[in-house]
Ligand binder design. Structure first.
Ligand code: ADP
Ligand code: MG
Length: 340
């Protein structure tokens, strides 16, 4: 018997992918292995398809996750995978499993959040499925998107010397989760204690209501810049840079002092006695974009307020390292499978 734990999430997906017959249809351009599947529907654009599922007790805790935010987040995490292909979302379907403790009003709140996200990301909700559940709430969303064929960006096409860039800042969603978990314990011990997270609003918002970076997809189009490879940061920078390197057959050097981290993240990491860089590397749920770009093209981006260069790709796939300015290098390892 093999435990799932011993394989890890990515090991399991790899094993499953070997059991799946190779694509039979010539219009299946890319199957398992990137942020979305890629289908050639003829014309100038590819169709993108991706699915993500959120389970109560695994991905969210209704003690602190407002239902509207949950609906919004379920859409945003799917839209993020479209952005990771350099594409934009167009349609989605929503499948929902509900146990008997949920009221009609509760489901309406979830859908208000879903509707807000459809508005924010310009997506049509075109269907889904509804079922009873014995184990609480499940939301699974499938999103369809489009990308011009000459703009599609895979994980596997980075080159040595490409500049590694990241959008926004990292680690905040993880610390938001730590805060919410701490306040939950305080509340459970003494229900008269009301949480005061006002000063931490940014971190909490990053955890409860993440945003997908479709804005960056638009900006890269406007600037006529195409990344050489891209992935969204759902599991932490460490795991995602390893995906880019494994699939592109490159190594990478990331400078620890260049990783963008918000001031609130720094302060709160200190409170929790966590290194902020560790939160950025292994925390996850930031839903920022990690991409590589040719050094010449980076000139156009180097003054961009929300894009930071954090390192470069190298030719040696065995070296994916975090470097200090003093020249110390430590291998980057994936955490993975936090939910099991
Ligand atoms: P992401 O974090 O971008 O959503 P995942 O790590 O969930 O990506 O999945 C990686 C790849 O594996 C994707 O191409 C996804 O479609 C595929 N995949 C994940 N789970 C399964 C599964 N149970 N069966 C087939 N393919 C899967
Ligand atoms: Mg992804």
């Amino acid at each position: 018997m093999t435990t799932i734990d011993s394989l890890g999430e990515f090991g399991l997906i790899h094993k499953l992918s070997q059991l799946v017959p190779a694509p039979r249809h010539p219009d299946t351009v890319r199957g398992i292995g990137d942020d979305a599947a890629v289908i050639d529907t003829a014309g100038d654009e590819y169709l993108l398809v991706s699915t993500d599922m959120l389970l109560e007790g695994i991905h969210f805790d209704l003690m602190y996750m407002p239902l509207q935010h949950l609906g919004f987040k379920a859409v945003a995490v799917n839209v993020s995978d479209m952005a990771a292909m350099n594409g934009l979302p167009a349609q989605l379907t929503v499948s929902i499993g509900l146990s008997s403790r949920f009221t009609v009003e509760a489901v309406e709140e979830i859908y208000q959040g879903i509707a807000a996200a459809c508005e924010a990301y310009n997506v049509d909700l075109v269907g889904g499925d509804t079922t009873a559940s014995r184990t609480g709430l499940t939301i699974s969303i499938t999103v369809l998107g489009r990308v011009p064929k000459d703009r599609i960006t895979y994980r596997s096409t980075a080159q040595p010397n490409d500049v590694i860039c990241v959008t926004g800042d990292l680690g905040a969603a993880y610390l938001g989760l730590q805060l919410l978990e701490r306040e939950k314990q305080v509340y459970l011990a003494d229900p008269s204690m009301q949480p005061n997270l006002e000063e931490k609003a940014y971190l909490v918002q990053r955890q409860l209501r993440p945003d997908a970076r479709t804005d960056i997809v638009h900006e890269l189009r406007d600037l006529d810049i195409k990344p050489t490879a891209m992935i969204d940061i759902s599991d932490g920078l460490a795991s995602e840079i390893l995906h880019l390197c494994t699939q592109s057959k490159t190594g990478a050097v990331i400078f620890d002092d260049t990783i963008p981290i918000d001031d609130q993240t720094y302060l709160t990491a200190d409170e929790f006695k966590i290194s902020p860089v560790t939160a950025a590397l292994n925390g996850g749920e930031d839903y920022e974009l990690l991409f590589t770009i040719q050094p010449q093209a980076f000139e156009k981006l180097k003054n961009h307020a929300r894009i930071t260069a954090i390192g470069y790709m190298t030719a040696d796939p065995s070296q994916v390292v975090l470097a200090t300015r003093a020249g110390q290098q430590t291998p980057i390892k994936a955490q993975g499978w936090k939910h099991f």
